[in-house]
Design a protein around this ligand. Structure first.
Ligand SMILES: C[S@@+](CC[C@H](N)C(=O)[O-])C[C@H]1O[C@@H](n2cnc3c(N)ncnc32)[C@H](O)[C@@H]1O
Length: 429
């Protein structure tokens, strides 16, 4: 890598990107700079992405990943934000709207991603007669923003170590001169202007300043109040005595507060500290920590859904809940079985009805058959009687015939023709 990339060249490149001129952006970047091959490859890939905001963001990543000046990456991310629709979306945030509308007012220096965090935690104070302390005033732009945001009933007070800050504000707000690392200064401000509902630490951002301010002012904050610490990324920067997991940084201090919040769950944690008794919530965002203050009651779990809590303790309530759950389960199973039985019964009833119908049908056809048979029987009887009568008359006629035959055999001619009838009988066999 020869030469160096200047911020002016980065700005020119971003301007080219805003006009969709990726080639000219690359020319601007390399006008006074010959990047190493790996950087060049990453720049080429960044400028080949789809949109102006994608390219600007990817360009920022290249500067950050290759540890090029922080301001270069910041410019790229800033441009990407405005190239995309993100700025328009955020403009509904009243803090950001004020920030945009007062660009020519008292100077204000903010990371844009803080605005949604502020609004999430501070909106409930708007319009109320709250007391707000901003530590770190600079030129007073922050004080203007907070006053506009919280409304005319709010009292906004500043603290800065630099007299220039006091002069810049020029009496529009109370700004106390003092060092936030001095607990006496902080206690005096609280005594004169507090107790505060909201404290925003945007001062010197060193570890000692942040920790001393939190430990001094959180106990003095009004119950139900909000304590915000900005620019907590300094916990990772050497210049501010920071470092990754380095003991003594503000972020490591915050991690200890998370233990304090859980003091009821480990005997080694001090249960009497202000953090154990009054830290109602700790919200850790990128570079912003929000600590809610509210006196906490002793934690306990409870069983809802019955009025028996009036005469029952937690343990028996729990057994009762188990028993009720078991009973409900059994009841459900019983209901299911009853349902099945009922369904079976219905099925059986339907079968019985079918059988009965069949029986009735069969019975009817049997009766019809019987009637038919009886009718036929009657008819048969009549026939029988008729036949018997016929038979009787036939018998009578037969008897008469026999009598005649007997009489005839007794006659002379019958005896004389006897040999002729014998020959006929032999011949007919
Ligand atoms: C980032 S600027 C504040 C910006 C301001 N809050 C705004 O929104 O425009 C930081 C300020 O903190 C002040 N400061 C630095 N060290 C301090 C300290 N130890 N005590 C009080 N203020 C301090 C500086 O003088 C500077 O004005």
């Amino acid at each position: 890598m020869t030469g160096s990339i200047e911020l002016a060249d980065v700005s020119r490149a971003l301007f080219m990107l805003s006009m969709d001129e990726a080639d000219r952006a690359m020319a601007a970047l390399t006008a006074n700079w010959a990047p190493a091959d790996d950087v060049m490859a990453d720049l080429t890939a960044a400028l080949a992405t789809a949109t102006a905001s994608d390219r600007a963001r990817a360009l920022g990543d290249v500067f950050r990943d290759h540890e090029l000046p922080h301001d270069h990456a910041n410019e790229c991310y800033r441009a990407a934000f405005y190239f995309s629709g993100e700025a328009e979306e955020l403009s509904s945030n009243p803090l950001y709207a004020h920030y945009l509308a007062h660009r020519s007012g008292a100077m204000i220096d903010k990371w844009i991603h803080y605005f949604p965090v502020y609004h999430r935690h501070l909106e409930r104070y708007r319009g109320a007669p709250v007391r707000v302390l901003e530590i770190g005033v600079y030129r007073g732009g922050g004080l203007d923003m907070w006053q506009r945001y919280f409304g005319p009933d709010a009292t906004v007070v500043g603290l800065d170590v630099d007299e220039a800050a006091v002069r810049a504000v020029g009496g529009r707000y109370v700004v106390e001169l003092g060092d936030q690392e001095d607990p006496e200064v902080l206690r005096r401000i609280n005594a004169e202007h507090g107790p505060f509902d909201v404290i925003i630490d945007d001062g010197g951002h060193t570890m000692a300043q942040q920790i001393v301010t939190a430990e001094t002012m959180f106990p003095l904050l009004r119950d139900g109040g909000t304590f915000i610490v900005e620019d907590c990324h300094t916990s990772y920067w050497d210049y501010y005595q920071g470092g990754l997991k380095r003991p003594g940084t503000f972020i490591e201090w915050v991690k200890d507060r998370l233990d304090d919040e859980h003091s009821r769950y480990h005997v080694a944690i001090d249960r009497a500290s202000i953090w154990a008794t009054h830290l109602d919530g700790a919200h850790v965002y990128d570079s912003v920590v929000v600590l809610d203050k509210a006196e906490r009651f002793r934690p306990f779990s409870e069983v809802g859904g019955s009025s028996s809590y009036l005469r029952s303790d937690r343990v028996s309530e729990s057994y009762l809940a188990d028993a009720l759950a078991a009973r409900d389960q059994l009841q459900a199973e019983l209901d299911a079985i009853r349902g099945e039985v009922s369904a079976l019964r219905d099925e059986m009833d339907r079968s019985t009805d079918r059988s009965a119908t069949e029986v009735i049908e069969n019975d009817r056809s049997a009766r019809l058959a019987l009637q038919r048979m009886r009718r036929e029987s009657v008819e048969n009887n009549a026939e029988l009687e008729r036949l018997q009568a016929d038979l009787a008359s036939a018998n009578g006629r037969l008897l008469e015939s026999w009598e005649q035959i007997r009489l005839m055999r007794g006659s002379v001619s019958w005896r004389l023709t006897g040999p002729i009838r014998a020959v006929r009988r032999l011949m007919s066999r």
